[in-house]
Design a protein around this ligand. Structure first.
Ligand code: IPM
Ligand code: MN
Length: 363
């Protein structure tokens, strides 16, 4: 199969981990005789430095013409003092919006032999397997332009949603639950926010279309608590943009490290942008020690959702499990008696596993 992939390494460790994902994809294309072509474009802080904008037009254009996009990370202290239109994050928000990627899927699954690296007790975290479905192109991130008023002494951010925006993400939540353990938790702040009241109304209306799924509503503060006291009680969480951002970072550490978590940003068709949940980690950038697994697992999500290459996706995922089971880990994972490796070695281990176990041929 031929596919056109745009690589957006971005900033910090984004450069290193995107390179790892490409090496893994190269190994797969050899084994399965696919033909992937790559185009690399700039976004974020590096795009500000090179082109004077966090999202150059040619980047947007290339993404619109691709079959899928792999993105590393954006941001770093170098650009922290920039005015808001010249922030690296503007590039990421801009490309999500421009591509219409309204649903961000963040699966969080404990790896058995990493349980002891979790800050939670093993018996609390064991068996955790949840999916956060985060609304990605609305809410506080995209309200009428945030502004300062009153000589800079007042500020305004707006949390706005149309019913149709809530409907499409809630449907994604129900559909995701249908192919998992059939339980949906809709997270809001309906005891305070008008937007959350409409959100709840929509969930109540939609639930009769999915009679096989059980639903509950949970306030975001209570959810934050339950994620660390009873993470196994969740299956799928659906929530608005900002709540989803916060809860997904919280949930990510259940697995021992933020460096393990992939995400898929999708819309109604099979197109998607795939990126790790972690950021650009400027403190370790350029040292070759970053954990490439979240990016590699994001590439697996791309194979599954955008290219319908289930066999290939499973092979990548089992490579990751296998390498972790052998005790290999990068520096972000606090493992006693493990085999600590750098980015290059971790990537090579995944590639070697793929080459040694793949007996499948393209079909
Ligand atoms: C994420 C990140 C982004 C977000 C930032 C970098 C704008 O934190 O993908 O979770 O808030 O969406
Ligand atoms: Mn975030």
């Amino acid at each position: 199969m031929e596919k056109k992939i745009v690589l957006l390494p971005g900033d910090g460790i984004g450069q290193e981990v995107v390179q790892s994902a490409k090496l893994v994809l190269d190994a797969l294309t050899e084994e399965f005789q696919h033909s992937f072509t790559y185009e690399t474009h700039s976004i974020g802080g590096t795009a500000i430095d090179d082109h004077g904008t966090p999202l150059p037009d040619e980047t947007t254009k290339a993404c619109h013409e691709a079959d899928a996009v792999l993105l590393g990370a954006v941001g770093g202290p170098k650009w922290d003092q920039n005015p808001s239109h010249l922030r690296p994050e503007k590039g990421l928000l801009g490309i999500r919006k421009s591509l219409g990627l309204f649903a961000n899927l963040r699966p969080i699954q404990g790896f058995d032999n990493l349980l002891h690296a979790s800050p939670l007790k093993e018996e609390v975290v064991k068996g955790s397997d949840l999916l956060i479905v985060r609304e990605l192109t609305g809410g506080l991130y995209f309200g009428t332009p945030s502004e300062r008023r009153n000589d800079g002494q007042s500020v305004v951010d707006t949390l706005a949603y149309d019913r149709s925006e809530i409907e499409r993400i809630v449907e994604k939540g129900f559909q995701a639950a249908q192919i998992r353990r059939k339980h949906l938790t809709s997270v809001d702040k309906a005891n305070v926010l008008e937007s959350s009241k409409l959100w709840r109304e929509v969930v109540e209306e939609k639930k009769s279309d999915y009679p096989d799924v059980t639903v509950d509503h949970m306030l975001v503060d209570a959810t934050a608590m339950k994620l660390v006291t009873a993470p196994t009680s969740f299956d799928v969480i659906v929530t608005e943009n900002m709540f989803g951002d916060i809860l997904s970072d919280e949930a990510s550490v259940l697995t021992g490290s933020l460096g393990m978590l992939p995400s898929a940003s999708v819309r109604q068709d099979s197109f998607g942008l795939y990126e790790p949940v972690h950021g650009s980690a400027p403190d370790i950038a350029g040292q070759g020690v970053a954990n490439p697994l979240a990016m590699i697992l994001s590439a697996a999500l791309m194979l599954r959702h955008s290219f319908h290459m289930e066999k290939e996706a499973l092979l990548v995922e089992s490579a990751v499990h296998n390498v972790l089971n052998q005790g290999y880990h990068t520096a972000d994972l606090n493992i006693v008696d493990g085999k600590k490796v750098n980015t290059e070695k971790m990537t090579q281990l995944i590639v070697d596993f793929i080459k040694s176990t793949s007996t499948a041929k393209s079909n």
